[in-house]
Design a protein around this ligand. Structure first.
Ligand SMILES: [Zn+2]
Length: 396
């Protein structure tokens, strides 16, 4: 648990963060600071959106940067995707003057971050050997290519983190490549790019950011900077997510959600997460539940499970973020926070039952067994397999 008197921490973040409505127009000059050839990795929505990818290419060319389109990805990245794209990079003989430009949701940016390391490290041809606890556990030796990340959803915060999440379905695992050198060198956030995200995606990705802010706040590895950022992010996200979903072209809610998501990434990169993020990858690999939907569903479950040990923290957040009176009893204040999250899930329409996401009772033992990753180790208290089974059965 976080203690105010232990001021002892590390903190990593992108070297530059550029944030603002319409600021994608600066991509050429920013790209030029990283190199003269940009390998483009795009999310599929980006490509279809009113020429966003073309606009980026033109702006790069105008500044003397050669754009090279290498990949369009429409699903959370898998081992085979990383290996295939990294092989292309190696064939092209990447040089010191190359960088990767990722424009898309978390999938495109995670793929770019993973490939940035695999393009310059070839002790094994497969990223599996570099992921946590699934292969040979190799380390990244050579510096990855620099990454310029332009998110088009407000959620994962991966534009600010030091890990890339990679899935495999046979065998089933969803694990991270983790290295401080894969933090994007430049995070260029233009919230206008998130306007085209449809309501369902806006809801699940926004709830992912909120989950990251809440889980990092109470994580065993929480630290002073991340706690401060989490409060700032929640103050913006809780009152804005429903409007971002209902009125997708409104500027202010989109800006607030993009900023909150960025902060959530800085939080998780430096303080870890908790139970909802422990279970989400297991739901992903066993039942193909998208990350944001899994987090949205598991957040209230995790908050109730952690309520006793997090009473003071939840009560504090209820005051700081919801404006609860300091005179409110901690029990009552903590419940107000949990109830608010429940209401938000209903308001934005994220799934509330695992069965809505295709999860059946027979899959629960496998889900429980796969939930013991690094996120679960940040949860503020131990959750036994028996308890986790009961919790999941309770939301089936
Ligand atoms: Zn997440």
């Amino acid at each position: 648990m976080y203690r105010e008197n232990t001021l002892d921490y590390d903190f990593v973040a992108p070297r530059r963060i550029i944030f603002g409505w319409g600021r994608r127009r600066e991509v050429g000059t920013l790209g030029r600071t990283l190199g003269s050839r940009a390998f483009l990795i795009c999310g599929s929505r980006t490509l279809m959106d009113a020429g966003v990818a073309d606009e980026i290419s033109e702006r790069l060319r105008a500044e003397g940067v050669e754009p090279v389109a290498v990949e369009v990805i429409s699903h959370e990245p898998e081992v085979d995707d990383v290996d295939r794209v990294a092989a292309q990079f190696r064939e092209r003989k990447v040089a010191a003057d190359d960088f990767i430009l990722a424009v898309g949701g978390g999938a495109a940016i995670d793929l770019a971050k993973a490939v940035s390391a695999m393009a310059t490290n070839d002790e094994s041809p497969t990223i599996k050997d570099y992921l946590e606890n699934v292969g040979r556990d190799l380390r990244i030796v050579n510096d990855p290519l620099p990454v310029l990340a332009m998110p088009t959803t407000a959620g994962s915060g991966t534009e600010a983190t030091k890990n890339a999440v990679i899935s495999s379905y046979a065998p089933p695992f969803k694990k991270s490549l983790r290295d401080e050198r894969i933090v994007p060198r430049i995070a260029l956030l233009d919230p206008e790019l998130t306007v085209s995200a449809p309501p369902g995606l806006t809801a699940t990705s926004g709830m992912d950011a909120i989950t990251q802010l809440l889980e990092s706040y109470v994580s065993r590895k929480a630290q002073p900077i991340t706690r401060t950022l989490a409060i700032g992010g929640l103050k913006l996200a809780l009152p804005s997510i429903a409007e971002a979903v209902a009125n997708g072209s409104a500027q202010m809610p989109r800006e607030r959600m993009a900023h909150a998501a960025l902060l959530s990434g800085m939080c998780l990169a430096n303080s870890g997460l908790g139970m909802a993020h422990g279970v989400a990858p297991a739901l992903g690999v066993h039942c193909r539940v998208p990350h944001g939907a899994a987090c949205a569903l598991m957040l209230p479950v995790a908050m109730r499970a952690n309520r006793e040990v997090c009473l003071a923290d939840f009560a504090e957040l209820a005051q700081l973020v919801l404006g609860q009176s300091p005179d409110t009893a901690p029990d009552e204040a903590a419940d107000a926070l949990i109830d608010r999250i429940d209401e938000l899930c209903d308001e934005v329409g994220t799934p509330r039952r695992l069965s809505e996401l295709g999860v059946t009772a027979e899959r629960i033992p496998a889900i429980v067994a796969s939930s013991r990753g690094s996120s679960m180790s940040g949860n503020p208290r131990e959750i036994s397999d028996e308890e986790l089974t009961e919790l999941l059965e309770g939301v089936l």
